[in-house]
Design a protein around this ligand. Structure first.
Ligand code: 8GT
Length: 128
């Protein structure tokens, strides 16, 4: 039986020309992604994203425009990844759930290995 996809929200934070990306721990595959996480039952997506960015990075954000969504089937689960632009309002980034962060320009995105679900978003950001 096919399981329902897990709804995940991801935030695209920018500082000038740079975009924030975060790297999972090696024990979780070590791939790069956009910070965010699973939407809890009854939660609005922007609220979930703001909560996740607080939990993961200790920053308060304003969630902005919706960017895109990708339905990706991993071998053991399916993810519906929905991304939004975010503006940092408060806080200094402190990593709680990732091993590294990087601020990268559009052209540098190709230098990082992303989760498969993120590839359409990466392509979109390279064109923006
Ligand atoms: N946050 C985030 N998760 C992503 C991205 N791309 C992607 O495939 N995922 C997957 O989506 C799922 C999100 O899980 P998570 O661990 O970040 O969410 P969470 O904080 O709510 O998890 P928890 O269940 O450990 O509390 C993971 O399986 C992760 O690998 C992405 O760009 N950002």
């Amino acid at each position: 039986m096919t399981k329902a996809p897990i709804l995940v929200v991801a935030g695209v934070l920018t500082d000038g020309d740079s975009i924030l990306i975060t790297q999972r721990f090696d024990s979780e595959g070590g791939l790069w992604e956009f910070p965010g996480g699973k939407v809890e039952s009854g939660e609005r997506e922007p609220d979930a994203l703001a909560r996740e960015l607080w939990e993961e990075l200790e920053i308060r954000v304003k969630v902005g425009v919706y960017l895109t969504e990708t339905l990706h089937h991993y071998p053991t689960k399916s993810i519906l990844l929905r991304s939004y632009r975010c503006e940092q309002l408060e806080g200094d980034i402190t990593l709680h759930c990732h091993q590294a962060k990087a601020w990268v320009t559009q052209s540098e995105l190709d230098d990082y290995l992303f989760s498969d679900a993120d590839k359409p978003l990466v392509e979109l950001l390279k064109r923006k």
